[in-house]
Design a protein. Structure first.
Length: 184
C-alpha cells in the first residue's frame, strides 16, 4: 500500500483511524491531537518520500514519521505546560503581587497572610462606617449570598432602584476604604 496521494481514500482513512487509535492509547493524546499528528506525518512523508523510494516497506518508514510527530506534539505540550507553571513567568499586578500564584500551587507567604488579615480588618472597619441600609445590603450579598432578584423582593423596590442603590452603596464603601487607605 502506498502512502502518497496515489493511495485509495478508503485505505488512507482506515490507516488514519488505526493510527489515531494507537496514538490515543499509546501516547494518551486527544483525538484531535492524534489527527493533527497524522496530518503532520502525511505532510512530512510527502516531503521525504523520494528519499525512501527504494525501501521495501514504505509503511514502516511512515510509521516512524508518525511516531516522531506524536513525540514532538507531546514535547510541545509539555514545554507549554512548564512555561505556565513557572512562577517567574506570571504577570505582575500593579501592586507588585504576582497574578495567578494560586495556579502554581505555592502557598502564600507569612507576610502575605498578615497583609490579607490586616486588609480584612480594615474592610470590616470600613463596613462599620456605612449607613445601616448599606451594611444590611452588603450583609445579604456577602453572608447570605442573596441573588439580585431576591434582593429586589426583600427590599420591595423596583429593579432599577435596587441597581442605583447598589451603585450608591459601592461608591460609599469605596470612599470609606479610600479614607482608611485600603483602596487607592
Amino acid at each position: 500500500m502506498a502512502i502518497t496521494g496515489s493511495a485509495e481514500p478508503a485505505a488512507v482513512s482506515e490507516l488514519r483511524e488505526k493510527l489515531v487509535t494507537i496514538a490515543r492509547y499509546k501516547y494518551g493524546l486527544q483525538r484531535t491531537d492524534a489527527q493533527d499528528a497524522f496530518q503532520d506525518a502525511v505532510l512530512t512523508w510527502m516531503e521525504v518520500a523520494e528519499r525512501y523510494s527504494g525501501e521495501q516497506e514504505p509503511l514502516r518508514v511512515f510509521l516512524g514519521v508518525f511516531h516522531k510527530k506524536c513525540l514532538e506534539l507531546i514535547d510541545r505540550h509539555s514545554r507549554e505546560r512548564r512555561k505556565l507553571q513557572k512562577p517567574g513567568k506570571l504577570p505582575e499586578a500593579p501592586n507588585g503581587r504576582r497574578l495567578g500564584s494560586a495556579l502554581c500551587g505555592s502557598e502564600p507567604s507569612t507576610l502575605a497572610t498578615i497583609v490579607q488579615r490586616e486588609e480584612g480588618q480594615q474592610i470590616l472597619q470600613a463596613l462599620s462606617h456605612l449607613s445601616p441600609e448599606a451594611r444590611e445590603v452588603f450583609r445579604l450579598l456577602a453572608e447570605e449570598d442573596v441573588p439580585r432578584q431576591e434582593l429586589i423582593e426583600l427590599l420591595n423596590l423596583n429593579a432599577n432602584t435596587v441597581d442605583s442603590r447598589l451603585r450608591k452603596f459601592r461608591k460609599e464603601l469605596r470612599n470609606v476604604l479610600k479614607k482608611l487607605g485600603v483602596y487607592v
